[in-house]
Design a protein around this ligand. Structure first.
Ligand code: NDP
Length: 282
């Protein structure tokens, strides 16, 4: 039976540490501000934005909310970002993705100052991670490193296999595991012998976007399995990319869905915002 890695508890621990740090900064007269921008009213985005605002409130970060209509032009959005880039009271800028189709996502990501890029999506942030310099790291993979470390999983020297090579999860995940001295393999839809490659893993991170695809036949006895996927199953219940019931008896540690990786993403966003204020703020 695998030990559950409790993302809810670990994210609460991180948020409580940040809350203390933010309170101490307030005593020195420093208030942290984050701008949260949503264009249009996609219901899933509204839920994410709402959760981010709630987390800010819990930690003591002042959040400024910009709910812009669907028909907002790219120019209007860029003007707002430019204004927030210059605003000393704002330390982090978050544009909830996806943006409507008439707006170019890459242009928006590049418009955010790298000093306020709390999502870690700016090419400068990604480049810094690649060459081992300080910078903001994409929140989901950063959260997974915290889950591993705070659950006592050693990464150094371990065989780490990441399934998925997206810019927001797979690639930064692989770079972070490498930074922690893991021996890292990235796999994707063109990988041959996926099962054999996955079976080598001491640490298997699954970010495919396919419900329950990974069963016990992909997992080495005693491996640590991290499930990034989020889906609704036929009964409208949440499930991941890992077939939990099949893998749990084989793994040594495993993240559940929900309550594993999910809660860590917001905790790390808050962490990045505090870091933005302490590294770059006035
Ligand atoms: P993407 O769709 O951007 O990437 C999926 C990756 O999986 C691609 O690299 C793709 O390969 C690979 N892949 C797809 N099918 C296969 C297959 N059959 N065999 C091997 N590899 C395959 O997804 P994301 O990285 O954005 O997200 C992955 C999952 O994580 C989703 O379920 C998403 O909802 C969830 N997620 C959860 C978050 C959280 O906070 N918990 C945050 C972000 C995402 P190729 O490149 O060749 O197409």
């Amino acid at each position: 039976m695998a030990e559950l890695i409790d993302g809810k508890a670990i994210s609460k621990q991180i948020k409580d540490e940040l809350k203390e740090q933010v309170a101490a900064l307030k005593q020195q007269g420093k208030e942290i501000g984050m701008a949260v921008i949503q264009v249009g009213n996609d219901p899933a985005s509204s839920v994410y934005v709402g959760n981010k605002k709630k987390a800010c409130e819990y930690i003591g970060i002042r959040s400024e909310s910009y709910e812009l209509p669907e028909e907002t032009t790219q120019e209007e959005l860029l003007t707002l970002i430019d204004k927030l880039n210059q605003d000393d009271k704002i330390h982090g800028i978050l544009v909830q993705l996806p943006v409507p189709k008439h707006i170019d996502e890459d242009t928006i990501i590049k418009a955010i100052s790298p000093k306020k890029d709390v999502d870690g999506f700016h090419p400068q942030s990604v480049g810094a991670l690649t060459i081992g310099q300080p910078g903001f790291v994409s929140c989901t993979p950063a959260g997974i490193i915290q889950l591993l470390k705070r659950s006592g999983v050693e990464i150094e020297g371990k065989e780490c296999v990441v399934i998925g090579r997206s810019n927001i999860v797979g690639k930064p995940m692989a770079l972070l595991l490498l930074r922690e001295n893991g021996t890292v393999t990235i796999t994707h839809s063109r990988t041959k012998n996926l099962k054999e490659v996955c079976k080598r893993a001491d640490i298997l991170v699954v970010a495919i976007g396919r419900p329950k695809m990974i069963d016990a036949s992909y997992v080495k006895e005693g491996a640590v399995v991290i499930d990034v996927g989020i889906h609704r199953n036929e009964n409208n219940k949440l499930c991941g990319d890992v077939d939990f019931d099949s893998v749990e008896p084989v793994a040594s540690k495993i993240t559940p869905v929900p309550g594993g990786v999910g809660p860590m993403t917001i905790a790390m966003l808050m962490h990045n915002c505090v870091e933005a204020a302490t590294m770059f703020g006035e």
